[in-house]
Design a protein around this ligand. Sequence first.
Ligand SMILES: [Zn+2]
Length: 253
Amino acid sequence: MLNARTHLFGLALLSLLSLGVWAAPLDLEDPELTAGYFQGDMDIEFTRNGEIASTRHWPNATVPYKIDEEFTEPYVAYIELGMRLIERVSCVRFVPATAQTLDYVFVTVSSSGCSSKVGYRGGEQTVKLKPAALDTGCFKLGTIQHELLHTLGFHHQQCAADRDEFVHILEENIQEGKEGNFLKYEVDRVSDFDVAYDYGSILHYSSKAFSVNGQPTIVALKPEGQLQMGQRLALSEADIKRLNTMYKCPLPL
Ligand SMILES: [Zn+2]
């Protein structure tokens, strides 16, 4: 069973490689930044909720989901492939919601970028994705996984309580009214789950996020960080460790 699954994933990844998915360039117009929510793509009502709280984690590491019928089959398959890629590196499972399921994620169509609720909310909660050609915009596999990590309870990396040791925020280059996207959280609200700050996190903004003038809004204080920021190819090792710690996944054999 495991071998068959591994083989299937191998095939899926091979076909993605042949499509050039992993070599996709970063978009200048980032759909994560255009949804108009708190921190671009995080649709949250209570900004003081820290996702340290286990009540914000999905019970039994299981996320029931429904996908909007407006999405055609190739889009549904891509959304589910994003789910499978997260399952492959963790004990988190995404399962189709039934008519009786009360708490679930509804992946629905957006007209303005991509966004997600942060953490388990109860009832129906949404992930919104603006339709785009597969492997572009909200339909990059990395972006789908980025949004699903918000759903699972993660905020952006550059909002970590210790971020000032790793990045410098250049406020003079930030678009007016967008400064709130660069807020820093307090240590009692969010946890690093014992994994150090990671420039290569799939949850890190790019260097020029919300730039008003094309100049960087985020500069890495360590030289190796600058080129890593903003990647949307795959979960980093740090992303994977944090996810496994948050959801208390058993260590792989
Ligand atoms: Zn985000």
